[in-house]
Design a protein around this ligand. Structure first.
Ligand code: ATP
Ligand code: LTN
Length: 337
């Protein structure tokens, strides 16, 4: 079961439910960029996952293209990595059905994201919110993935993927599926909401002022950081329990500048929260501005993006089809040559 270039496979994706946030960038994309050369890498926009919440069709299409453009603008190399849109590779839903027959109601109902999202959905909870981790498991297992670079909130889904892969390996042979592992960044694995720093920064937060979007203008970014919730003390130190707001700003800086938290703190000796907020804003603006500009150019121009997505879909389909054939053989479907 070797991959295209005999390197280990990494794969990850982000739901194009809105514009990407600083959380997606620091928790996922920046980490992808850092490790892309060491692996056979697959990165996608998971539009089928986005369907678990109602989407405006025009916005969904726009956000999907903008996500891919952001991956490239942030440094993902489309010549080296397979960049694609999930719905372009029909094998994802095909394998998801099979996994639906091997995942258990009990384990799915323990998923934290399911509990949180279903609580927000009111009485009519789409079935997809419940079975969603099995589509994610299909995404991962289709490409014989070894490592899944994600933020901390996704570890439970990767664990579930491992459990199902091991279950099927027990039934159909130890090399049916590669057993994947989550790869979590050391800093900023969980960027917090600026207004409610006890919750994760999210694309779909109720109050958009707590989230920094990659597409925010410098003025928006500065305004949001100035309003960031801190605490009633005055000392700048790291303690995510008692000082979640200040600690979040320190982590954001550290993730962008690659300084340690201690080095960031040392720069604030004798300074106030106001300085910390403003300088964090400036560091974020400097990091995001070129990404935003390049992503917008790619979306406006479109031909290059279409070319990249067409090649990505073909490469992804080729790998996915090999896996589908292998699984269908093992589980007893009739496979035609
Ligand atoms: P939504 O609000 O639509 O549920 P989200 O912003 O939480 O979405 P996802 O599409 O669920 O984003 O996540 C995509 C990737 O970004 C995952 O790897 C996830 O772990 C990472 N990620 C999302 N939010 C954060 C965050 N606040 N800090 C660190 N990583 C994050
Ligand atoms: N469930 C993930 C997005 C996602 C994903 C994947 C991440 C879907 N399929 C495969 C890594 C690998 C989320 O962040 N909500």
């Amino acid at each position: 079961m070797t991959s295209r270039v005999d390197k280990k496979v990494i794969l990850s994706g982000i739901q194009p439910t809105n514009k990407l946030t600083l959380g997606n960038y620091l928790g996922a994309i920046k980490n992808w960029v850092r490790i892309q050369n060491d692996y056979d890498a697959y990165f996608m926009a998971v539009d089928q996952h986005a369907m678990t919440a109602r989407q405006d069709p025009i916005e969904l299409r726009k956000n999907t293209l903008f996500s891919i453009a952001c991956y490239i603008a942030a440094g993902i190399d489309p010549e080296r990595c397979v960049l694609f849109v999930q719905s372009h590779v029909h094998q994802h839903s095909q394998l998801a059905w099979t996994l639906n027959c091997f995942g258990y109601m009990g384990e799915l109902s323990r998923m934290i994201q399911y509990k949180e999202k279903s609580a927000k959905s009111g009485t009519n909870i789409p079935v997809g919110i419940f079975t969603y981790p099995l589509l994610m498991a299909a995404d991962i297992l289709l490409y014989d993935t070894h490592l899944v670079p994600v933020g901390e909130d996704q570890t439970q889904h990767v664990e579930l993927t491992r459990d199902i892969a091991e279950r099927m390996n027990g039934l159909y042979g130890p090399d049916t599926f590669v057993i994947p592992k989550a790869h979590i960044p050391k800093v900023a694995a969980r960027v917090m909401d600026l207004l409610t720093p006890t919750s994760k920064m999210s694309k779909s937060a109720v109050n958009e002022n707590g989230s920094i979007f990659i597409s925010d203008t410098p003025a928006d970014i500065e305004k949001k950081f100035k309003r960031a919730t801190t605490d009633s003390e005055t000392t700048i130190r790291f303690d995510s329990e008692t000082k979640p707001g200040v600690s979040n700003l320190l982590s954001i800086q550290s993730a962008i500048t690659s300084e340690s938290i201690a080095e960031v703190i040392a720069r604030y000796d004798g300074k106030q929260y106001g300085h910390l907020k403003l300088e964090t804003a400036q560091i974020v603006i400097k990091e995001l501005s070129p990404i935003q500009k390049r992503a917008q150019e790619l979306v406006d121009e479109r031909t290059e993006l279409n070319r990249i997505l067409r090649i990505g879909a073909e490469k992804a389909q080729a790998h996915a089809e090999r896996t589908i054939k292998r699984i269908h053989e093992r589980i007893g479907y009739v496979v035609l040559d």
